[in-house]
Design a binder for this molecule. Structure first.
Ligand code: BES
Ligand code: MN
Ligand code: ZN
Length: 488
């Protein structure tokens, strides 16, 4: 869907936001007049009071410039925060996408609202339908353009530019997540990363040989049961000061997680196509940064593997030697994400000496039990990062909630055969997973782990701006965090 900003637009459908218990806005008065007062009449109808989420569609007489008018409830103006503004754009697209009309114009009286409505519309128009071969034209959206009618085109476009980039990042993360695991595996994920070169991102892909040389026995152990070669994807966006240490974003990229020899139960296993959600978030964030030409140095590192049961797969009881030199007793091959990240974190620190690290991973079922689907779990050794990321998440609607870590939990990782075991027992599953990761973070290194297992995909009823299986969680949060804390 194309999104435009202009001071005037001729569209099939025109939309106006109606304040709760409010009146028709001035921008609607000429259309109201030419329709013989149909808009005013719609306002008086019982089930439309301008409450958030309400919609009234008015069929306009021939004499009018547009074919339909849509009145959309804006709720109380004081409550119309960024989320509510995005929802307005999202609901408009959701309700009119299949209307049969091609263009929709929304009157927006300020730049920030216009841009927020636009990102809501863009996110709501996301589709993943490449693999339907029998879709009829009537099943496809008719809506092709969404125009924001604004008093100041320049201001609205300026507000839109970074949001447009962030939404592209979300869409990329969703695409990667939604892709089936027979088509998206480490090598094809790496190809997708390569495509970012055209946006000015420097890309390097390491294969198994190179990772063996680096001693990455932990990551390689996870991939050894798969016929697909494991990869490490490295993306660099150096838009900041030359020589400045970068921020490192690290992602778990388990392209499919069967659990390995500690096989997962069958029902729901297909969801483990999304176990590369951390890597998708990092890749989407890199795209967003490059598209808006962020004034910061950022590296993205994704550990790409497939966790399969096989004659060559790792067994419970195996001891792996990670690149850091620390040994790990694998007691459950389904606790594989931490094994992947252990080596990715090590590489990030050795290679880039980053100012700070954020890793993202669909790491534990336990975080879904703790926080459900509305917050990612945040674990950090740095209070500033906790505050910054919490704020960025609130600003962009990708919320995080801080969880504790500490040496008390660390004891649960004690192994009788190696430096640590890869599971921490029944209690505090997402905390012991974070403790495990912290063992691969150097003393003094600012680091935050986001467990996104509960938010990377959501089934059931969702917000209109999150229309597909994959949410695409991460790029907006990371992009905003970098914009607010590492630029200017
Ligand atoms: N990828 C899963 C975690 C997960 C579960 C993500 C549900 C999304 C939804 C991870 O690799 C895993 O299997 N974790 C185990 C760890 C356990 C064996 C210690 C889990 O959470 O059960
Ligand atoms: Mn697993
Ligand atoms: Zn996993």
């Amino acid at each position: 869907m194309k999104i435009t900003f202009a001071e005037q637009a001729a569209t099939d459908i025109v939309a106006f936001v109606i304040d709760q218990d409010g009146r028709l806005p001035d921008t609607a008065s000429s259309l109201d007049e030419s329709s013989g007062g149909l808009l005013t009449e719609a306002l008086g109808q019982k089930r439309f009071s301008g409450k958030s989420g309400q919609i009234a569609v008015v069929v306009l007489p021939k004499a009018c410039t547009a074919r339909r008018a849509v009145l959309i409830g804006g709720g109380k103006p004081a409550d119309r925060d960024a989320r509510a503004q995005e929802k307005i754009g999202g609901l408009l697209v959701k309700s009119q996408a299949g209307s049969g009309f091609k263009s929709l114009g929304l009157y927006a009286d300020d730049a920030e609202f216009a841009a927020r409505a636009a990102i809501g519309a863009k996110l709501a128009s996301y589709r993943f339908d490449n693999y339907f071969t029998k879709q009829k034209d009537d099943d496809k959206p008719s809506l092709k353009t969404f125009s924001l009618v604004v008093p100041d085109e320049g201001a609205a476009k300026a507000a839109w530019k970074p949001m447009d980039a962030a939404a592209d990042g979300t869409a990329l993360a969703r695409d990667l997540m939604n892709m089936p695991p027979n088509l998206l595996y480490p090598a094809t994920f790496a190809e997708k990363i390569k495509e970012l070169e055209k946006h000015g991102i420097e890309v390097e892909i390491l294969g198994e040989k190179e990772m063996e040389k680096l001693g990455m026995g932990s990551l390689l152990g996870v991939g050894q049961g798969s016929v697909k070669e494991s990869k490490l994807g490295i993306m660099k966006w150096m838009g900041g000061k030359k020589g400045d240490a970068p921020v490192a974003l690290c992602g778990k990229g388990v392209c499919f997680d069967t659990g390995g020899i500690s096989l997962k139960p069958g029902p729901g296993m297909e969801n483990m196509r999304g176990d590369m959600g951390g890597a998708a978030a990092v890749t989407g964030a890199m795209l967003a940064l490059a598209k808006r030409k962020a004034n910061a140095n950022v590296v993205g590192l994704v550990g790409l593997v497939e966790n399969m049961p096989d004659g060559n797969a790792i067994r419970p009881g195996d001891i792996l030697t990670s690149a850091s030199g620390q040994t790990i007793e694998v007691l459950n091959t389904d606790a594989e994400g931490r094994l992947v990240l252990a080596d990715v974190l090590w590489y990030a620190q050795k290679e880039f000496k980053p100012k700070s690290i954020v890793d993202l991973a669909t790491l534990t079922g336990a975080i879904v039990v703790s926080l459900g689907h509305h917050h990612a779990g945040l674990f950090t050794n740095n209070d500033d990062m906790a505050e910054q990321l919490t704020k960025a998440g609130l600003a962009e609607g990708e919320r995080v909630w801080r969880m504790p870590i500490g040496p008390e939990y660390d004891r649960q990782l004690k192994s009788q055969f190696a430096d640590m075991k890869n599971i921490g027992g029944k209690s505090a599953g997402s905390i012991t997973a974070a403790q495990f990761l912290q063992r691969f973070v150097n003393e003094g290194q600012a680091w935050t782990h986001l467990d996104i297992a509960g938010v990377a995909w959501v089934e059931g009823e969702k917000s209109p701006i999150d229309p597909s299986w994959a949410s695409g969680f991460g790029p907006r949060l990371l992009d905003r965090w970098i914009a607010d804390n590492y630029e200017g």
